[in-house]
Design a protein around this ligand. Sequence first.
Ligand SMILES: C=C1C[C@]23C[C@H]1CC[C@H]2[C@]1(C)CCC[C@@](C)(C(=O)O)[C@H]1[C@@H]3C(=O)O
Ligand SMILES: O=C(O)CCC(=O)C(=O)O
Ligand SMILES: [Fe+2]
Length: 371
Amino acid sequence: MAALFPLDSSSPAIPPTFNFSPAALNQAATLPACFLWPVSECPRPEHARFAEDDEVPTVDLAGFWQGDDEGIGIAVEKIQKACTGLGVFQIINHGVDLDVLKRVHNEASRLFNLPLDQKQRGARVSGDSFGFTNSFIGRYASNLPWKETLSLQITPSSNVETYLQKIYGDEDNHACSTFKKYGSDMEKLALELMELLALSLELPRDRLKKIFKKNFSILRANYFPPSKHNSQTLGIGPHTDPISLTILHQDNVPGLQIHKEDTWITVKPNVNAFVINIGDIFQVLSNDRYKSMEHRVVNSLHERKSFAYFFSPTFEALVVPLPEFVDLENPCRYKEFTWAQYLTFTQKHYRSDTNTLLAFQDYLALNDPPE
Ligand SMILES: C=C1C[C@]23C[C@H]1CC[C@H]2[C@]1(C)CCC[C@@](C)(C(=O)O)[C@H]1[C@@H]3C(=O)O
Ligand SMILES: O=C(O)CCC(=O)C(=O)O
Ligand SMILES: [Fe+2]
C-alpha cells in the first residue's frame, strides 16, 4: 500500500504562520525546499504541446438543449470516445450565462487580491475541506503547491456566507450571491451532463441523474500566482479528482495538463468552454468503463485563475459499481464505501495523488469499519 503521507499533525517544514508571499519569493535566487518538486515531476518545455481534438474533444451542447436527436447522438458519441480515452472533454454552448462567468472571475480576483491576513480570516481548519488556503502551508511539509484556494460547500447546504462573512465582515458586496449563483448553475449543468454520460454508457437517460439528484458539491476557486521558478514549482501535483465529475472553468492562461502515456499535454484555454473530467467515484460506479483523468497544474510567469466544481453523491450514499457493469467477464472491482469515508481519507489520511483510489481500497481492506 502507498505510504500514508505526513499529515497536519506532523511537524511541517515551515510553521503555519509563514507568509506565502509569492512576490517576495519570486525575488529570491532559490526557493525554500518545501516548494521544490522532485526533478522527475517538474514541468518540461515539451509538456507545453496543446492537446488535439481527438485527445480532448470539444462537445457542442446546442443540439442537446434543443432536444435535437441528431445533435444529441453526436454529443453522446464524442463523450463516449473521450471517456474511454483520457477521461476528459470540453463543452461549448453549455448554457451558462457568460455574464455569470465574468462576475465570478471578477469576484475571485477581488478576493485573491486582498491582503493575506484578511484572506486568512477564512482559513481552512485542519482536517476540514473548506475555507482559504495559501500553498497548504501547515497542511503539508513538502511539495507545496504554488497556489491559493478558496473552497466552499454548495450542496446539500451552503457555507458560502459563513466563509465570505469571515473574510469580508459586514462589508456589503456581491461575492456571496455571485458564488452561490455560479454554484447553483454548476449543479444544474452537472445533472444535465449525467444524462449525456448515462446515454454514453447505454444506460437509461435518467439513471445517473436519479443517483445524483441529491448530491454533495464543492466549489473551489484556484489562484496560481506568477512563478519565476516555474520549472521547479507546480500549481497542483499529479492527481485524479476523488469526486465523480469535475466541471472546470479556466481563464486564458495555460496551466492544466493531462497525463498521456509517459508525457503531459496542455489543455488549450477556451473561456467559452468548460473542461469536464471523470473522477474516481465515476470510475467506481462504471466499474472502470470510464477512468478518472490524471492531471496537474503548471505555473508560469502569468497569474492564472480557475474554478473547479467537484460533484459527488451524498455523504451517506453507498458507492459501488452499478449492477449494469458487473458480470462474469467484468467482476466487481471495488469494495463499497461512502463519499464521507473517501473524503475523510483524502483530508486526514492520504494526500491526493494519482493513486488515491487504490490506496483507499487497501485502507478499507485493513480498516473495517473505516474511520
Ligand atoms: C475532495 C477533494 C480533495 C481535493 C479537493 C477536493 C477534490 C480534489 C482534491 C485535490 C484538488 C486533488 C489534488 C490535491 C489536493 C490536495 C489539492 O491540491 O487541492 C486535493 C484537494 C484537497 O485534499 O483539499
Ligand atoms: O486549475 C486547473 O486547471 C485544474 C484544477 C484542479 O485540477 C483541481 O482543482 O483539482
Ligand atoms: Fe483536479
